[in-house]
Ligand binder design. Structure first.
Ligand code: HEM
Length: 527
């Protein structure tokens, strides 16, 4: 075989020679083949056609959400215990068991609503998606930096995202009327909007933000016993946020400050770290709580459900290539390992379908064969073929047997580690119903009251700025929700818009709301 790399054209130029994808050397990369110097091009012009047609296909669709993002790599190091107890009491997941055990990981930080090239400085939740390449296969924890979400049922997600995306007629991105039209009709979103419009809505950098799994998951121990669990990532760098003015000043000069900051820290050997902490709760409905533990619009109060540290994440490598390691990386909530499980959270189930569905479209049906997505353990499936199949994964001794069961070879089923089912037995009528304990306002009000004075001032100013661009009925409904959460909250945002409690007291609860007696009382006595 001739290595074209050895054929250098200019004496002393040792650089490797350009080839086409067939391995043919490229002798002229400046001029396509034509009949005469000025003449028409010829169709057998393989080198030119391959080059241009590959270029024509360079872009894959950007993510339908979280299109703007940045990837880094590192490891997770387990503490090997759960407070004073062995962690095996709660989960048998291997990556957590041994003190000091390291698991390689990838992380992708992102914004949500903007396109692939949009500014990193925009007010938006940040995605915080971690992929751990464990010895039992991959585990993805796909979360955000704010700990809760806008909606609690996956069926509302396309509507919610449409309200956040550009106007479909003008493609105008700055249309608060659309955002708050949806928000004003979706009371469970007030808690998350209270966070997004606070300084937390613009982190000072990816390194100085928290991360959360948000949805409720389960842990399973070797007896098959389960607990509910919520994940938190705390940055060792501390939490820092920007005011709107801080962000505007940076954005005037720089659309990508957060990626630059993250990669500069890694280049300098100042590796960012986050500690992983969990809250747990017994695996039941918890009727004693005034919220549903499976409702992702709620936090679990830390005084009742304390945080326990179980390990740390260190980021120490930048991607080698943006497209293959950031654009093609694919996370999903269904990607769990033994010892970790789903809960019945109605968002989680919808998300779990959506991620792999979109990735089969966005990246292709064999997206899991790509190095950044492939498990770092042997993979043996009977899945075959499909667009861009890269190879055949592990198979039994008789490669003609690509099915199961078989008596002539192929792969066999494993045996469950200890049991085949876990968790409570649930019976109920198939129905479409809101969860009983919606409690949409209490945590939003508490969040407002727990804010420092400057954070409250920012929150109010940010809301007044955005809502002043909305029509009056939307403003009134938003102020009504804020009064329902907290008098000072409603009064201050109302003042900025020229709306008083008297102006909104006549509003009836939304048809999509079921209010408690106490909430109805509050609606009658706003202010
Ligand atoms: C990305 C759907 C809720 C965090 C995505 C993507 C889809 C999606 C389709 C694009 C994935 C890709 O192209 O690879 C949904 C649905 C949801 C939901 C249907 C609700 C039912 C959430 C929630 C969170 C979240 C509650 C945070 C806790 C993320 C993150 C990404 C993402 C971090 C970016 C992953 C990456 O960096 O590649 N989501 N999502 N999503 N979502 Fe969700």
């Amino acid at each position: 075989m001739t290595d074209v790399a050895s054929q250098s054209s200019a004496p002393g130029d040792e650089r490797p020679v350009l080839t086409n994808r067939q391995g043919h050397p490229v002798y002229d990369n400046q001029n396509q083949r034509t009949v005469g110097a000025r003449g028409p091009a010829t169709l057998e012009n393989y080198q030119f056609l391959e080059k241009i047609s590959h270029f024509d296909r360079e872009r894959i669709p950007e993510r339908v959400v979280h299109a703007r993002g940045t990837t880094a790599f590192g490891y997770f190091e387990a503490y090997g215990s759960f407070g004073d107890e062995p962690i095996s009491k709660y989960t048998r997941a291997k990556l957590f068991q041994e003190k000091g055990k390291r698991t390689d990981l990838a992380i992708r930080f992102s914004t949500v609503a903007g396109g692939r090239d949009s500014a990193e400085t925009l007010r938006d939740p940040r995605g915080f998606a971690v992929k751990m390449y464990t010895e039992d296969g991959n585990w993805d924890l796909v979360g955000n930096n704010l700990g809760v979400f806008f909606i609690r049922d996956a069926i509302k997600f396309p509507d919610f995202i449409h309200s956040q995306k550009p106007d479909p007629v003008t493609f105008d991105r700055q249309v608060p009327n659309r955002v708050f039209d949806f928000a004003s009709q979706t009371p469970e979103s007030l808690h998350m909007f209270t966070l997004v419009f606070s300084p937390r809505g613009i982190p000072a950098s990816y390194r100085t933000q928290q991360g959360f799994g948000v949805n409720t998951y389960k842990w399973v121990n070797s007896e098959g016993e389960t607990v509910l669990v919520k994940y938190h990532w705390h940055p060792k760098q501390g939490v820092k946020s920007w005011t709107s003015a801080d962000a505007a000043a940076v954005q005037a000069q720089d659309l990508g400050p957060h990626t630059r900051d993250l990669y500069a820290a890694i280049d300098a050997g100042d590796y960012p770290e986050w500690e992983l902490l969990v809250q747990t709760m017994s695996d039941e409905e918890h009727p004693e709580l005034d919220f549903d533990p499976l409702d992702d619009t709620k936090v679990w109060p830390e005084n009742l459900f304390p945080l326990t540290p179980i390990g740390k994440m260190v980021l120490n490598r930048k991607p080698v290539d943006f497209f293959t390691e950031s654009e093609q990386i694919a996370f999903g909530t269904g990607v769990l390992v033994d010892g970790l499980d789903f809960s019945d959270d109605k968002m989680l189930v919808g998300r779990t379908f959506s991620y792999s569905d979109t990735q089969r479209y966005r990246v292709g049906p064999n997206y899991l064969q790509l190095p950044v997505n492939a498990a770092k353990v042997p993979v043996r499936t009977n899945q075959r073929d499909g667009q861009m199949a890269y190879g055949v994964d592990g198979r039994g001794e008789n490669p003609t047997v690509n099915y199961e069961p078989s008596i002539i070879g192929g792969l066999r089923e494993g045996t469950y580690p200890t049991h085949d089912e876990q968790g409570p037995v649930i019976t109920g009528r198939v129905t479409r119903k809101r969860i009983p304990r919606t409690n949409d306002y209490q945590q939003a009000g508490e969040r407002f009251q727990l804010s420092e004075d400057w954070e409250k001032d920012e929150l109010v100013a940010n809301f007044v700025d955005a809502l002043s661009q909305c029509i009056r009925p939307i403003q009134e409904r938003m102020v009504w929700h804020m009064f329902m959460a907290d008098d000072e909250y409603g009064r201050r945002v109302g003042e900025g818009l020229g709306i008083t409690a008297d102006d909104v007291r006549h509003l009836e609860p939304l048809q999509t709301q079921t209010l408690t007696e106490e909430e109805l009382q509050r609606a009658a006595n706003l202010g």
